[in-house]
Each structure stands twice: as structure tokens, then as C-alpha cells.
Write a protein that binds this ligand. Structure first.
Ligand SMILES: C[S@@+](CC[C@H](N)C(=O)[O-])C[C@H]1O[C@@H](n2cnc3c(N)ncnc32)[C@H](O)[C@@H]1O
Length: 291
């Protein structure tokens, strides 16, 4: 792709050309994304791109902008091109091994915080399948006396999560370790959160290219019916939680009944599913009741 002529390229002309190119590629908000990509290319904020349309670009700035716009036209997610994603109002860096955190996963954070009477008491949090660390670190940012462990099977994801903890000033209260769900862990957790892979394997190829080609398969695939990860990890939850402790699990559309059934078989008592902003059942909270 070649955007505005180098001799006369300005921020305004570049935004116009990039908007057209992104629109042709099927990007839903082409002007907004054009501004963000061009801002990244010139090392500035989108307000500069909006406020100074007559500003000329150097040759290297224009080439950088063209490269970023071309990547987005090839349907690489904006968050991966920019190298960051906001979750719970906090900035997270991503890597090829991490899921791009989804806004609907903030429903888990809300469910946890709404269930805690005292947010200042010391708590031990466990995040199974931590990816970028977004769930654990969002919770630690809201619970000042809590400490937590994030586990994952992907070593590169653990490195990214640890870097996010350092960047957010939460590293003293967050640890990360490799584990196949909770298999390598002792009990004693007040709270377990988990957003497992739950996409039906055969449906992955039909998802948007931003997801199918860029989110790691280990973070997406829930096997033939989408429920493999729940079957693996739910039986271990009772042993991980303290009495009175609870687990919050993200679920996909239509999975509530099956996951509630698995949690009940594992000896946990479920509350009604919590919905996300789109009205879909998005997570289940299950308590280990005192015996
Ligand atoms: C859907 S992603 C969730 C990532 C992050 N918690 C979030 O909400 O954005 C699922 C995560 O589980 C991890 N995972 C998959 N199988 C696992 C297993 N057997 N044990 C531990 N983690 C696993 C993946 O690597 C991925 O990071």
C-alpha cells in the first residue's frame, strides 16, 4: 500500500488515505484506527494527529505509517500492532503467546469485587491460565492487601505477565509459575479465577482473522465441544480453595448449564451466572461451603 505522496504527505492526507485503505479491508472504525496507527508511527498521541492535520511527515514517518496500516489491512489486531491493550483501565503488553484480553472478561473482575465485603483484608488469589496476567493484576490493583499467583502452560505468556506486573508496580504481590491448571499446586487459596480456552475446536477457523490467526491456539481451543478445559480443571478446585473460598470461571455463550453441572459434581455451590454488557451469561461464581 502507498499512502499520500511523500512530497506532500501531511497528517491529514495520510489519515484520509489510511481511512480509505482500512475501510476497504473491512475494518469497522477505519478513521479512529487510522489516527491511532499514524500516531504510533510518529511517536505521538492521536490528539496530535487530530489537531495538526497540516503537519508534514518525514519520509521515515510515512514509511512507518504505511507499514503499520498495511499490517492492520492484513487483519492483525490493532492491540498487537500497538503492542498494548487496556484492561480494567490498566495498560497491558501482549506477546504472541498471550490472548488479547477481552473487555467482557472484566465481568469476572466485577463479580469478584462485588462478592467481597472487605476489600482491604489479606487474600490469596490464584489465576489459572493467566495469559497476560490481566485478571490477576486487575484484582491486585483493586485489593491492596491481596497477593496472588498466576499459572499458565505457556512459558512466554508467564514472562509477559511478569513484565506487566513490574510495569504496573504490582510485582511484589504477584508471582507467576508454570503449571497444568492447578495440578502442581497446594491448596489454601481464598479465590480462584480462570478464563479457560472454551471455543469449540471446529469453530476456530471461522472466527474473525484477528482471532483465528493471532490469538494462540492454546488460549482458544476448548476441544470438540468447547468444554475440555472445564473438565480438566474443575475437579481440582475443591482441593485448591479454603472453606468459604470461591472460584469465578469465565464461560462462553451457551455453556452455563454444562459448567454449573461440572462445578456441582465437584462439590461446589454455584450462584446464578453473571451477565456481561451484551447480556450473555459470562461467568459463574462457585463457593466451597464450610463442611
Ligand atoms: C482464554 S486464555 C485467558 C488468558 C487471560 N487469563 C485472559 O483472561 O485474557 C486461556 C489461558 O489458559 C492457558 N492454558 C491453556 N491450557 C492450560 C493448562 N492446561 N494449564 C494452564 N494454563 C493453560 C493458555 O495458555 C491461556 O493463557
Amino acid at each position: 500500500m502507498s499512502l499520500a505522496d511523500a512530497a506532500c504527505a501531511t497528517l491529514g492526507s495520510l489519515v484520509a488515505d489510511a481511512t480509505m485503505a482500512l475501510g476497504r479491508a473491512g475494518i469497522e472504525q477505519p478513521r479512529r484506527e487510522a489516527r491511532l496507527l499514524i500516531a504510533a508511527a510518529i511517536g505521538s498521541g492521536p490528539e496530535t494527529v487530530l489537531g495538526y492535520p497540516e503537519r508534514p511527515l518525514s519520509g521515515s514517518e510515512k514509511r512507518m505509517a504505511e507499514a503499520l496500516v498495511a499490517r492492520r489491512c492484513a487483519r492483525e489486531p490493532l492491540s498487537r500492532i500497538l503492542g498494548r491493550r487496556e484492561f480494567w483501565g490498566l495498560p497491558f503488553q501482549l506477546s504472541p503467546a498471550t490472548l488479547d484480553p477481552r473487555p467482557e472478561s472484566e465481568t469476572l473482575v466485577e463479580a469478584v469485587l462485588d462478592s467481597l465485603d472487605d476489600k482491604t483484608r489479606p487474600l490469596r488469589l490464584l489465576d489459572l491460565g493467566t495469559g497476560s496476567g490481566c485478571l490477576l493484576l486487575a484484582l491486585l490493583s483493586a485489593l491492596p492487601a491481596a497477593e496472588g499467583l498466576g499459572v499458565d502452560r505457556a512459558p512466554e505468556a508467564l514472562r509477559t505477565a511478569a513484565a506487566n506486573a513490574r510495569a504496573l508496580g504490582l510485582a511484589e504481590r504477584a508471582r507467576f509459575a508454570a503449571s497444568d491448571w492447578g495440578a502442581a499446586l497446594a491448596g489454601g487459596w481464598d479465590l480462584v479465577v480462570c478464563n479457560p480456552p472454551y471455543v469449540v475446536e471446529g469453530e476456530i477457523a471461522g472466527l474473525a482473522p484477528e482471532v483465528a490467526a493471532h490469538d494462540p491456539r492454546l488460549a482458544l481451543s476448548g476441544g470438540p465441544d468447547g468444554l475440555d478445559a472445564y473438565r480438566s480443571l474443575i475437579p481440582g478446585l475443591l482441593h485448591l480453595l479454603v472453606e468459604g473460598g470461591f472460584a469465578v470461571l469465565e464461560i462462553g455463550v451457551g455453556q452455563a448449564e454444562a459448567v454449573v453441572g461440572l462445578l456441582g459434581e465437584a462439590g461446589l455451590r454455584c450462584r446464578a451466572p453473571r451477565r456481561d454488557l451484551a447480556g450473555h451469561d459470562r461467568c459463574i461464581l462457585a463457593v466451597r461451603v464450610a463442611s
